[in-house]
Write a protein that binds this ligand. Structure first.
Ligand SMILES: [Zn+2]
Length: 508
């Protein structure tokens, strides 16, 4: 109900003056309301419910003081007299939850898909708008990635922190293997990404990487190497899941005689029938040994979801406004695009994949119960997965795997930071830690789905108007998520026009 000023003590005009005066005095006392992309000496977040990141329960309300790019103080709300007085800007987090910035452990910097240009900024905005403040790049154009990492460190434009686990080429001789690893080190790699190597190559490359102080992300192939080799060489993370059930087989997987591993449709179809062949006792031994050897697991549940539910994957509500034409083309079934194998995908394939997920998810849960470290990765840009949205879906699937929302947040923050070797300054809301934070409209522990950007759909218009990330703070700089998303929508409209009219966005 609206009450006219005439009936109150103050006229409308008086009220406006009082309101203006109050705002001015608050601004003087607490600093201005924060602005998107501005760097402040001191930024104050007030009245925040805090999920700290390491698995301890939410608590609050707290006031959090950021100075430069660090968290310098966390105090009970309203006990911060001195700090409140000299903050340059503030964000009122009343009714909101504040979490450590999310870490996406499986990203790829891509500035084109299907020979169509797609700006890095498109990915960065989506990642930040979904709360991701750090990505681990596991394979992209090395020279470009080094520049992007440097620019992100300098905050030249909105972008998450970038760790580079550079792609290691296959098919090398013994001498070339060591040279190649040293070359990656010289280029500035934080780690290496191994992809479907034979055992001998993997062993040599892993030992050289360890000598060079490089961490290892391993996408194991259907080769002679499996998780036992990762255990022996102390791989940092096993990506996806290949190599784990393989290490628990009692014989070669049962493939039909016409199976061709080079055919992606065959490969993904029979990948969906692999977990069922793992021997439960052997599997337990492998998981236990992985946990003891400190081999972490980055399962990337979300990237395979189309295999168990193609209809869901192709009809995601955010495609309408956010799908870049480069991704749209790449996602259209085509044997030359990795992961775009969905011609002739059958109900039977989905049924097998659902069972595959159940065994896989239980294995990840058992691994965690044995003390293994589980992280969260996305792998967007493939198989109908969009940046940011894919990561948030990953969080939901960790809950489906049996983890509590508080544990899921830990996978996405503290666990991933520890695996990156950054556990002492990233992934928690703690004094002295880097100021990477997500401010969420609502309580994600009640419903992880509220982390998704609000998107209008035919049936959920009103319901989806609430929630979403409000601010993502990276390196102390607040980015307003709705503003980042509006920019993405503009990019997409323009890219669609360009692509439709002239084809001038075709990459060379
Ligand atoms: Zn990948």
């Amino acid at each position: 109900m609206q009450v006219s000023g005439r009936h109150g003590l103050l006229s409308g005009l008086d009220k406006a003056w009082v309101a203006a005066w109050l705002c001015l005095s608050l601004a003087l006392a607490w600093g201005q309301v924060a602005e998107h992309g501005m760097k402040y000496n001191r930024l104050l977040i007030t009245n925040a419910m805090v999920v700290e990141g390491s698995g301890i329960p939410a608590s609050g309300p707290w006031d959090i003081v950021l100075e430069g790019n660090r968290i310098i103080d966390i105090q009970r709300a309203k006990e911060l007299g001195a700090h409140r007085g000299n903050a340059a800007a503030r964000i009122d987090a009343k009714g909101k939850y504040v979490l450590p910035g999310f870490i996406n452990m499986h990203g790829h910097l891509q500035d084109s898909r299907a020979r169509i240009k797609m700006p890095f900024q498109y990915q960065y905005n989506l990642w930040l708008a979904c709360g991701i403040t750090t990505i681990r790049d596991v394979g992209s154009d090395k020279a470009k990635a080094v520049i992007e990492r440097k620019n992100s460190e300098a905050d030249l434009y909105p972008a998450p922190r970038i760790y580079l686990y550079m792609w290691f080429p296959g098919g090398l001789t013994q001498k070339e293997i060591a040279e190649s690893i040293r070359e990656l080190k010289q280029l500035g790699a934080d780690g290496v990404k191994f992809h479907q190597l034979d055992r001998a190559t993997f062993q040599m490359a892993a030992r050289e990487a360890t000598l060079q102080g490089l961490k290892i992300a391993h996408h194991v192939g259907v080769k002679d190497a499996n998780a036992w080799d990762d255990i022996a060489e102390k791989t940092t993370t096993i990506e996806h899941w290949y190599g784990v059930p393989d290490a628990a087989l009692t014989q070669v997987q049962s493939f039909p005689p016409e199976f061709n591993h080079s055919d992606e449709l065959h490969r993904f179809r029979y990948a969906g029938r692999l977990w069922r062949e793992a021997n439960p006792d052997k599997l337990r031994d492998v998981l236990q040994a992985m946990a003891e050897a400190n081999v972490a697991w980055d399962p990337t549940f979300s990237i395979y979801e189309a295999c168990r539910d193609l209809q869901r994957a192709v009809s995601q509500p955010w495609f309408d406004e956010y799908l870049h034409p480069a991704l749209e083309k790449f996602f259209t079934p085509n044997p030359t695009y990795h992961g775009s194998f969905f011609w002739g995908w059958t109900t039977t394939d989905e049924v097998y994949w659902r069972e595959n997920y159940q065994i896989w998810m239980k294995a990840v849960r058992d691994f965690a119960a044995m003390g293994g470290i589980v992280t969260t990765g996305e792998d967007a840009g493939f198989i109908y997965r969009m940046h940011g949205f894919g990561f948030l879906r990953e969080l939901e699937l960790h809950e489906e795997a049996g983890f509590r929302p508080l544990e899921v947040i830990t996978h996405a923050t503290h666990n991933s930071a520890v695996v990156l070797g950054q556990g002492e300054q990233l992934g928690r809301i703690k004094r002295g830690f880097l100021a990477d934070l997500v401010i969420v409209n609502g309580n994600p522990l009640e419903n992880l789905r509220i982390l998704f950007p609000p998107v209008k759909t035919r049936f959920l218009n009103a319901a989806r108007e609430v929630g979403g990330v409000e601010w993502t703070i990276k390196n102390g700089i607040p980015y307003h998520a709705p503003t980042l998303l509006a920019e993405v929508r503009e990019m997409v409209v323009k890219a669609r026009q360009d692509h439709a009219s002239t084809g001038k966005t075709e990459a060379k």
